[in-house]
Design a binder for this molecule. Structure first.
Ligand code: ZN
Length: 145
């Protein structure tokens, strides 16, 4: 599932499905639960709360979104505007995830190459984290084989 991000000053009255609204002014990020239940998810930006990573094209939100207080109890990551589910994976989802993982791996190495060329781009804070996350994806893949 692909989301769109939108930088706003004030949160709109109507939070559209599939859009992540980011107000740097009010340090808040709001989107509708990615499971489709329609609940609004508020992930305030704070040193001990959520953080966004904006690469100029897409945003990532850390840590993961865990909607434990909702009926759906959904739990997912938003990385590069994509929703990555953390559990309750159906066979279809696993297939999608595998395809996504292949794509992600290609993108990762593509990005890695371009990072080597563009030395000014320093991402030492984020890289170890995404590497360790990649590892768990690989582990998951191995598990399902
Ligand atoms: Zn939900």
């Amino acid at each position: 599932m692909k989301l769109k991000h939108q930088f706003v000053e004030f949160m709109p009255d109507v939070i559209q499905e599939g859009v992540i609204y980011i107000s740097l002014e009010y340090k808040s990020v709001i989107h509708r639960c990615a499971c489709g239940c329609g609940k609004e998810v508020n992930t305030p930006l704070h040193p001990t709360g959520w953080k966004i990573l904006y690469d100029g094209e897409s945003i990532s939100l850390k840590p993961s979104v865990g909607n434990w207080s909702f009926d759906c109890k959904s739990h997912y990551w938003i990385a590069n505007n994509k929703v990555e589910w953390s559990m309750k994976w159906s066979d279809d989802t696993i297939r999608e995830v595998r395809a996504f993982e292949d794509f992600e791996r290609e993108e990762y190495y593509k990005n890695k190459d371009s990072e080597n060329i563009d030395d000014d781009f320093s991402d030492s804070e984020e890289l170890p984290k995404s590497n360790s996350k990649k590892m768990s994806w690989f582990e998951n893949l191995i598990f399902w084989k």
